[in-house]
Design a protein around this ligand. Structure first.
Ligand code: COA
Length: 153
């Protein structure tokens, strides 16, 4: 266990129901299904981590590698609403940076809804730079901010 009281580990298939419960609470649209989580955990080219706090899964991060660009993409990150503001999201992001360094991946990318003020603050404070806007990116037609960061920053 980390000194801050959490455990960060690779996800297992048995974690899916807890991950889905967090997904329901965190996202109104564009939620992943059980099958998508199963694929992301077991077959996708990347990594899937969960963070446990007080013996319960409090959040997750899904990372994918882009075979063509060799970038690491933060595909999704979410923390249970009752466990926010405690540094858990930051810990998951730092795990993404560590994974990138260990695998010699230089660039980390992500898309975030342009209305998601808190996530954008989190990413900017971690060195991500806004690169472009992807219009009509989400199912409800809203736009995404595309951001990048170098893994050594
Ligand atoms: C974005 C999210 C993952 C942040 O997780 P979290 O565990 O609450 O974040 P942390 O406690 O680690 O905070 C890290 C930093 O993020 C920023 N931040 C987090 N919550 C914030 C808030 N309510 N207001 C302003 N800044 C905030 C701060 O810079 C903070 O650093 P600080 O505590 O030193 O000020 C969480 O809010 C979440 O799950 N949101 C819903 C899902 C989502 O939007 N995912 C992103 C999709 S791209």
């Amino acid at each position: 266990m980390d000194k801050r009281g959490y455990i960060l580990r690779g996800a297992m298939m048995t974690d899916i129901s807890a991950i889905m419960a967090i997904e329901q609470l965190c996202f109104a649209d564009d939620r992943f299904t059980k099958q998508q989580f199963a694929y992301l955990i077991s077959h996708a080219k990347g990594w899937f981590y969960v963070i446990e706090y007080q013996n319960k899964i409090a959040g997750y991060i899904s990372l994918l590698t882009n075979v063509r660009t060799h970038y690491l993409r933060i595909y999704s990150i979410a923390i249970h609403p009752e466990k926010r503001g405690m540094g858990l999201g930051q810990a998951l992001l730092e795990q993404a940076f560590k994974t990138a360094r260990e695998n010699k991946i230089k660039t980390i990318t992500l898309e975030v809804n342009i209305c998601n003020r808190i996530a954008i603050i989190l990413y900017k404070s971690n060195g991500f730079k806004a690169i472009s806007i992807k219009t009509n990116y989400y199912h409800d037609g809203s736009d995404a901010l595309y951001m990048q960061r170098h893994s050594t920053e």
